[in-house]
Design a protein around this ligand. Structure first.
Ligand SMILES: [Zn+2]
Length: 69
């Protein structure tokens, strides 16, 4: 599976069959599949936030420069 990496530290996750949860051996994260994907979505949103803020700034700069001609 490609998604067996810890969203927190990037370490390898192992699936605990008995608990039906993923465990990270690097940072001790212990999450169910749902919690894991939820956490990933949050991380992705944060990244998107950063990216779109940078983009806005870039667009504004572009607009400003084009105005000045
Ligand atoms: Zn981890």
């Amino acid at each position: 599976m490609a998604d067996n990496y810890c969203p927190e530290c990037g370490g390898l996750l192992t699936f605990d069959v008995a608990a039906r949860k993923f465990a990270c051996k690097s940072c001790g994260l212990f999450l169910s599949r749902d919690e894991l994907s939820e956490m990933r979505d949050k991380k992705r949103d944060q990244e998107d936030d950063k990216r779109s803020k940078n983009k806005e700034r870039g667009d504004y700069l572009e607009w400003w420069l084009s105005k000045k001609g």
